[in-house]
Design a protein around this ligand. Structure first.
Ligand SMILES: NC(=O)C1=CN([C@@H]2O[C@H](COP(=O)(O)OP(=O)(O)OC[C@H]3O[C@@H](n4cnc5c(N)ncnc54)[C@H](OP(=O)(O)O)[C@@H]3O)[C@@H](O)[C@H]2O)[C@@H](O)CC1
Ligand SMILES: Nc1ncnc2c1ncn2[C@@H]1O[C@H](COP(=O)(O)OP(=O)(O)O)[C@@H](O)[C@H]1O
Ligand SMILES: [Mg+2]
Length: 274
C-alpha cells in the first residue's frame, strides 16, 4: 500500500490559464437531497463550487430550492423529478455526483436509474451515500465510464458483501477490480483503490466525525475531477485536501464542520497551485 503525500496537491492543482472561462473548469451536476436530507446535497454542491468547478447544477427535491439558493447562489437548480431536464443536464456534464441524501425509497431508485442511464463514456461519475446502498440492494446497469465509489465502511459492506471486520486490502481490491471503478473507502486513514495502486491517507482527524463530512468529500471530488485533467490524481488530491484542511482547522477547533472545509478551499488551493 502506498502512502499518499502532500505532493499530490502540487502534482494536481494548476494555476488557471488567463485564456479561460467558466466552461474551461467543467460542468458538475450533483443529484441527491430528498425532502429530509437536503443538507447533504447542499454541502456536496458547496464543496464543488468552492473547489472551483466552472458551473454547478444541483438536482434535488423542490423543497430544498430556497435553502440551496440562500447559502449557495452560485448553484443552478433542477427538480430531480423532471426527467427530461435532468437527463439533458446529466448528458452535458463533465462530472456527475449522485447519492448524497438521495434516500432509499422508490423515488430515489427512479432518480438513480434515470441518471445512470444518461451517463456517457467521457464523464467521471462519483457514486456516494444512498446511491451506493441503493445499488447494493437493487443492482442496475453501471455505465462504462470513469466511476468513483465513495463508501464508508458500512456502505462498502453492503456493496461488496465484505463484512467490516473482513475488509482487508486484498479482499477490497478483488471487488474493486470486479466493479472496474475507483473505490475511496472512507474511514480514519481512508484507503483509495484505483486499479493500478492502493493508497492510504496518512492524515485526518476525529474532528471530522460529523454528518455531512462525506457529502463534502463527494462534492470536492466532483470539483477536482471536473477541472483537472488527470482523473486519478484529481481524486487523490481531493481526498488529501479534505483531511489536510480538517487537520489545520482542528488545531484550534474541537470539531470541524463540513462547510468550513469547503469555505477554506479557495485559499488552501491557492497555496498549492503551480
Ligand atoms: N444533513 C444531511 O442531510 C445528511 C444526510 N446524510 C445522508 O444520509 C444518507 C444515509 O447515510 P448514513 O451514512 O447516515 O446512513 P447509512 O448508510 O445507513 O450508514 C449508517 C449505518 O452504518 C453504520 N456504520 C458502520 N460503520 C460506519 C462508518 N464507518 N461510517 C458510517 N456509518 C457506519 C452505522 O452504525 P452506527 O452509527 O449505528 O453504529 C449505521 O448503522 C446518505 O445519503 C447521506 O448522504 C448524511 O450524510 C448525514 C447528513
Ligand atoms: N475519526 C476520523 N478520522 C478521520 N476521518 C474521519 C473520521 N471520522 C470520519 N472521518 C471522515 O469523514 C467522512 C465521513 O463520511 P460519511 O460517513 O460518508 O459522512 P456523511 O455521509 O455524513 O457525509 C469521511 O471522509 C471519513 O474519512
Ligand atoms: Mg456519506
Amino acid at each position: 500500500m502506498l502512502t499518499l503525500t502532500e505532493e499530490i496537491l502540487t502534482k494536481t492543482i494548476r494555476v488557471r490559464p488567463n485564456d479561460s472561462y467558466k466552461g474551461t473548469f467543467g460542468r458538475v451536476v450533483l443529484v441527491g437531497g430528498n425532502a429530509n436530507y437536503g443538507g447533504a446535497i447542499i454541502m456536496a454542491s458547496t464543496a464543488a463550487v468552492y473547489a472551483g468547478a466552472g458551473l454547478v447544477t444541483t438536482g434535488t427535491d423542490t423543497n430544498n430550492l430556497s435553502s440551496l439558493h440562500a447559502s449557495l447562489p452560485e448553484a443552478m437548480f433542477v427538480n430531480y423529478y423532471d426527467k427530461v431536464k435532468l437527463s439533458h443536464l446529466v448528458s452535458y456534464a463533465t462530472t456527475v455526483v449522485i447519492g448524497p441524501g438521495l434516500g432509499d425509497d422508490f423515488h430515489s431508485q427512479e432518480v438513480l436509474a434515470s441518471v445512470l442511464a444518461n451517463i456517457n463514456q467521457s464523464q467521471s461519475v462519483i457514486i456516494d451515500g444512498s446511491a451506493i446502498s441503493l445499488l447494493a440492494a437493487n443492482p442496475l446497469d453501471i455505465p462504462d465510464t470513469n466511476l468513483i465509489f465513495t463508501p464508508h465502511e458500512m456502505e462498502w459492506q453492503r456493496l461488496s458483501g465484505i463484512k467490516i471486520s473482513d475488509q482487508t486490502s486484498d479482499a477490497n481490491q478483488l471487488v474493486q477490480q470486479q466493479l472496474n471503478a475507483t473505490v475511496v473507502l472512507k474511514k480514519h486513514h481512508t484507503e483509495i483503490y484505483t486499479g493500478k495502486n492502493i493508497y492510504q491517507l496518512p492524515i485526518g482527524t476525529p474532528a471530522q466525525a460529523t454528518g455531512g463530512m462525506g457529502d463534502t468529500l463527494a462534492g470536492m471530488i466532483g470539483g477536482f475531477t471536473a477541472q483537472f485533467d488527470n482523473q486519478e490524481n484529481a481524486v487523490l488530491a481531493a481526498v488529501y485536501a479534505h483531511s489536510a484542511i480538517a487537520d489545520e482547522l482542528a488545531r484550534s477547533q474541537y470539531v470541524v464542520l463540513p462547510h468550513q472545509i469547503s469555505h477554506a478551499l479557495p485559499m488552501f488551493m491557492k497555496r498549492y497551485a503551480n
